[in-house]
Design a protein around this ligand. Sequence first.
Ligand SMILES: Cc1cc2nc3c(=O)[nH]c(=O)nc-3n(C[C@H](O)[C@H](O)[C@H](O)COP(=O)(O)OP(=O)(O)OC[C@H]3O[C@@H](n4cnc5c(N)ncnc54)[C@H](O)[C@@H]3O)c2cc1C
Length: 414
Amino acid sequence: MSTAAVIGGGPAGLIAAEVLARAGVTVTVYDRMPSVGRKFLLAGHGGLNITHSEARDRMLGRYGRSADRLAPMLDVFGPEDLRDWCAGLGEPTFVGSSGRVFPQAFRATPLFRAWLARLAELGVRIETRQRWTGWTGESGRLSFTGADGGTIEVTPDAALFALGGASWPRLGSDGGWVGPFSDRGVAVTPLRPANVGVRVNWSDVFAERFAGTPLKNVGLTVRGGPRGQQVRGDAMVTRTGIEGGPVYAIGAAIRDALDTDGRCVLEVDLRPDLTVDQLVGRLQHRRPKDSGSTWLRRSIGLDPVGIALLRESSGGGLPSDPAATAALVKAVPVVVTGTMPIDRAISTAGGIEWSEVDEALMLRRLPGTFVAGEMLDWEAPTGGYLLQASFSTGVVAARGALAWLRREAASGSR
Ligand SMILES: Cc1cc2nc3c(=O)[nH]c(=O)nc-3n(C[C@H](O)[C@H](O)[C@H](O)COP(=O)(O)OP(=O)(O)OC[C@H]3O[C@@H](n4cnc5c(N)ncnc54)[C@H](O)[C@@H]3O)c2cc1C
């Protein structure tokens, strides 16, 4: 019987282990943490958004530059397959607001418990507190260091790595794999924070009063960025900047602007449902005794945080001319000075370059070694796309490993 080592027990590694074990391979999962699936469980804390219900093309668009490579993998194991898989574990899914998909229990724990029981039934062994440190020897034995400092080496017939990115390192994935992979000549795009808040130097008064306040239903655009790329939603003001769905969704463009110019101007549209002309029309009705704030509240419904953002951008005062005010409301400039660090990010951009793997996710330089999940160089916004791609790549890599094992057995190499 063939043996496979799955290194990394997140969703990508565990679904790969399931596929391999079902096909009769003897599978051992190694993870450096005391238990597997920690990020998956944390992801489920406020509701496990496991995938999205939108149409295929729209979904693929979320993966930006990686859409072409991920498309066939989502065809192999897509949103419907993932939902069926959840149902098979006793957790049917439902479509929540804005098309996001969640398991019935909303949290990840019941689903994960059922999954671990299934893996145990399939005979998957899970070795925790084993940190993979690299390859040793001519034949490339896999080397692990245990919590007691002891080292073990293994030589499975196939190896499948799913070590994640580098966000939230205390949950296990710390990007420590980059060194050994780079040493073997595998090209890795530097790991960067994705789905992360950005830094803004708010005035003390603004930060004090509005940290924790949502900017509801705003549109965000990167000045000078890709045309027409406005994202909408609720963003949250923090003491040191802004975070939340629309900020994450436009994160790659923010990073590009920061890389190119060292700064990024984010334009906040406080009234995305109204045109400039409509705003001008409404702003023309100002009662003589109205203060600037009252005028903005009554005529165009700005809330205190929106009004304060206008003041913040214009050095404390408020414009009084309707046309100038309307233009500002549609594009309040907010200067972003950087992103928050990777340990505060929901996910990671960068990773093993697509050119390093074939369509079965086998490393071209290391036959018999497969990679899956966030280790690969793709990124996506929040909305269930991260877990979907982790599962899809896990299944594809496992099937690739199975095909490789069969070929090797047939050719008599083993
Ligand atoms: C707060 C938060 C909320 C999230 N919410 C969502 C959500 O709602 N929807 C969504 O789609 N995505 C969400 N995500 C993202 C999602 O959890 C990840 O994209 C997904 O877990 C990546 O899966 P993975 O298997 O590639 O890596 P991971 O889940 O990171 O698993 C990697 C595993 O490898 C192990 N490992 C790392 N290095 C070593 C080593 N050297 N030796 C041995 N083991 C090692 C780690 O301990 C870990 O168990 C969220 C993430 C965070 C942080």
